[in-house]
Write a protein that binds this ligand. Sequence first.
Ligand code: KIV
Length: 311
Amino acid sequence: MSKEPLPIQRKVTAPGLRRRKEAGEKFSVVTACDFPSARAAEEAGIDVLLVGDSLGMVELGYQNTLPVTMDEMVHHCRAVSRGARRPLLVGDMPFLSYQVRPEEAVANAGRFVKEGGMDAVKLEGAGPMLGAVRAILDAGIPVMGHVGLTPQSIHRLGGYRVQGKDREGARKVVDDALALEEAGCFAVVLEAVPARLAALVTSRLRIPTVGIGAGAGCDAQVLVAHDLLGLLPGVTPRFVKRYESLYERMVEALSAYRADVESGAFPAAEHTYEMPDEEWDALEAEFPGESPAMPGRRVSGRDQRGPVRNR
Ligand code: KIV
């Protein structure tokens, strides 16, 4: 991997996103959970990277996001923050890291910033969570809200269901989003709500809305990188647009590698290091008659093959 530094561009900030809304400019958000995905997202010009607790499912293989721990989140945040500088980096607070007491919420949000290198945190819900939101903001950490389908509450919601389909549910989505804006959030995720409702919320808020399964009327969109890249097999949810099928391509590449190893086609001469002939001849003289059946290469002087690894 090359160590070429990326060109320095203006860092995306939480207040800057609000100005983007005022200017009518949409922006993109994607999840990232490791160094290469962060680096690729930065190079693609993505504005906000969310280290989502969905990583518990797509990276760690949990059934849902509930088992994800603070330590797991911080570990992934550290990798992401080493891979991207321009995007705003948002760490997703895992289940029970902010629900119990506001002081605990502040301490955990602080870990995202101090240890994980994040610029902001996200948490799910409004109502009883507003105390935690205010306390984290008082500590100087920007907060992104999240309403509609909040996956940390799947047991209460009865599964991954679209929210706000009736008037009462829709009013709750509007009220929750307004309360998060009022509390000081810099943006709010709207997950799995009808497009008309998301557009209404977007028109009512001064802060940007970030939609996922919420239609085109939001100020920004977020997708889980694994979904849009097709990094896992299985059914893609309706709201996802798949831009790649990387899982199938990985299986193809790994199968080709296995076949090459089994047939002897890999490694070829160009993947192999050599030693100067005079050194080899001297060594061979120490082991008369024991020369290995290696496809040798006569080279003169120093091997010019370059460094072992270019990093
Ligand atoms: O955890 C996550 O990835 C999220 C986004 C999908 C909004 O919360």
